[in-house]
Design a protein around this ligand. Structure first.
Ligand code: DOR
Ligand code: ZN
Length: 343
């Protein structure tokens, strides 16, 4: 049987929620990833070190026995965040970044930042204390076409931010367009980007042609094929600026299959299998380990993991659901399977 062994990867963008949902989804991530950057968009958002430590404890309790997994905590940036909060977070060993959500841009972003320029003093503090800024890079203006919001964010915000704060480490999260790829390629070595499995696998036809498919609705929204091609090229290029972040975002099925459905694709159940399929189809399996296991750790200045995982070429059918969560590509088959002796 064909197998592929690589250094245990990290998921540099993950939503795991709390309570029962957390208990359902976390084992899926811990089965394959050694660490994950945990998104703070809970209700209420995780804005302080103290809240992040409470959340971290809840996550630690949900890790299956005999599995090593480290949650890398982040804080949600608001207009009320202070420069002292940033100094405190930057020196805390469990806090790895701040997340900027433009207010209204996505799920649980109401507490986010309405005016990006108004928080420039906070970016200055992050630059000084050398703690990364993670960006949901879409403008939230309702008049801006939803397919153009990422490009508008580059033009209206990111270009100026990178000029004013040249030493600030920024992750342009879940990039979805050719323009975002180009921006990151041309930016300094302190600018990175995550890429999700859904944006590598699908274009907007999957979401909209032949009927609306709510389980393919996420933000930023799936784009045209030419953008998917640009993402594929970036992910498989070996360029260390691009690394793995699933943006796996579980929602209860009735909240997605709804007249006003929530944004988010659930991919954690088979994340490495999904990426392996993408990289194999692009003839670039040799580039998967850098993307999944090295470049994210290097960006966050964390030691690379020492454990390994093995993927086996083995067809399996994705279950219809995991409790009340419908997985990405539900009911379809995958060509690779992570075989972890712990599970
Ligand atoms: O599709 C998304 N879902 N995009 C986000 O930015 C947030 C996420 C969520 O939390 O559900
Ligand atoms: Zn996200």
């Amino acid at each position: 049987m064909k197998t592929f062994t690589l250094t245990r990867p990290d998921d540099c963008h993950l939503h795991i929620r709390t309570g029962a949902l957390l208990k359902t989804v976390l084992p899926h991530t811990a089965r394959q990833f050694a660490r994950a950057i945990i998104m703070p968009n809970l209700k209420p958002p995780v804005t302080t070190v103290a809240q992040a430590l409470v959340y971290r404890e809840e996550i630690l309790q949900a890790i299956p026995a005999n599995v090593s997994f480290e949650p890398l905590m982040t804080l949600y940036l608001t207009a009320s965040t202070t420069v002292d909060d940033i100094a405190q977070a930057a020196q805390h060993p469990h806090i790895h970044a701040f997340k900027l959500y433009p207010a209204g841009a996505t799920t649980n972003s109401d507490a986010g930042v309405a005016d990006v320029k108004a928080v420039y003093p906070l970016f200055e503090a992050m630059e000084k204390h050398d703690i990364p800024l993670l960006v949901h890079g879409e403008v939230a203006q309702s008049e801006c076409d939803i397919f153009d919001r990422e490009k508008a964010f580059i033009d209206e915000c990111l270009l100026d931010m990178t000029r004013r704060f040249p030493q600030l480490r920024i992750v342009f999260e879940h990039v979805t367009t050719q323009e975002a790829v180009q921006f990151v390629e041309e930016a300094s070595h302190l600018i990175g980007a995550t890429i999700t499995p859904q944006h590598l696998l699908f274009n907007r036809n999957t979401l909209l042609a032949g009927g609306i498919k709510p389980h393919y609705y996420c933000l930023p929204i799936l784009k045209r094929e030419k953008h998917r091609q640009a993402l594929l090229n970036a992910a498989t290029s070996g360029n260390a600026k691009f690394f793995l972040g699933t943006d796996s975002a579980p929602h209860l099925s009735h909240l997605k299959e709804n007249a006003c459905g929530c944004a988010g694709c659930y991919s954690a159940f088979g994340a490495m299998e999904l990426y392996a399929q993408v990289f194999e189809e692009a003839n670039a399996l040799d580039k998967l380990e850098g993307f999944a296991s090295f470049f994210g750790a290097d960006f966050y200045r964390l030691p690379r993991n020492t454990g390994k995982i093995t993927l086996e070429k083995q067809t399996w059918t994705i279950p219809d659901r995991y409790d009340e969560i419908i997985p990405l590509k539900t009911g379809e088959t995958l060509a690779w399977k992570v075989t972890n002796p712990l599970f």
